[in-house]
Design a binder for this molecule. Structure first.
Ligand code: BEZ
Length: 238
């Protein structure tokens, strides 16, 4: 999708698109994206700037949850319009000085991309000029093991993300793939899953008359099935 604004072309990748490719320098060395992550889920996220309070709270939270994301086959990659030395200094400050909500000595081990020229941020629609023309908004791209964008969430500068929700999204996407289902509003593992809508009158009738104890139909187009939390997590977690 492209929007012309003040002579500037803002490109926004969409859900279902291949993740735009780039090469970058990061706090963990050089990166070729998304080829370095083939076979893994990735969350690529941007933040407005180093040494800012909301971003610091976010990085401490995300880094503290990294093991959880690793167990869900998901790697984390951050980005801001700052240079490598700023990134390194900020991450050192976080580890050495910041204690926040019981988190301290927090080491950020996932890569943080330097993007001074905004090359990557522009490819991913992370610069949204009416919000700020020199800082990235808080974008979150969920990319699957084949390099396809599966979910996108954008937040403004002033709103820190809910990292439990980001974890829920990565689990829900993998659950939908693994079981050929969809996940209803506010779904968490252990809750009923949505069976794809009946595609024929015959299937609709079968569903409504089914005696399967694990299936419940609220109407012919809205059927759920039970799935144990353990069964979901066994499929999704390493
Ligand atoms: C922050 O992370 O605290 C922040 C960054 C840019 C604008 C506003 C807040």
């Amino acid at each position: 999708m492209e929007e012309i604004k003040d002579q500037q072309v803002i490109s926004m990748p969409c859900i279902g698109d291949p993740a735009p490719e780039f090469k970058a320098v990061t706090t963990q060395g050089e990166m070729n994206f998304p080829s370095d992550y083939k076979g893994d889920w990735v969350i690529l996220f941007s933040h407005p700037a180093d040494f800012t309070p909301v971003c610091t709270s976010e990085f401490m939270t995300f880094a503290s949850m990294e093991e959880k994301f690793t167990k869900a086959n998901c790697k984390l990659v951050g980005l801001s319009i700052d240079g490598l030395y700023s990134h390194i200094a900020w991450l050192r400050t976080i580890k050495e000085k910041i204690e926040y909500k019981g988190m301290k000595n927090v080491e950020v081990n996932f890569p943080l991309i330097e993007d001074i020229k905004m090359d990557v941020a522009k490819k991913y629609g992370m610069i949204q000029p009416n919000e700020d023309s020199t800082k990235a908004v808080r974008a979150v791209f969920f990319i699957d093991p084949k390099g396809i964008i599966r979910t996108i969430i954008y937040y403004p500068l002033s709103l820190g993300r809910n990292f439990d929700e980001l974890y829920r999204v990565i689990i829900a996407l993998q659950t939908a793939d693994a079981f050929g289902v969809a996940t209803p509003a506010d779904w968490y593992p252990g809750d009923d899953l949505i069976v794809p809508p009946a595609g024929s009158c015959g299937t609709a009738k079968e569903r409504m008359e089914s005696e399967d104890k694990d299936m419940k139909c609220y109407d012919w187009f809205f059927c759920t099935k039970k799935m144990d939390k353990e069964k979901v997590l066994e499929k999704v977690l390493k």
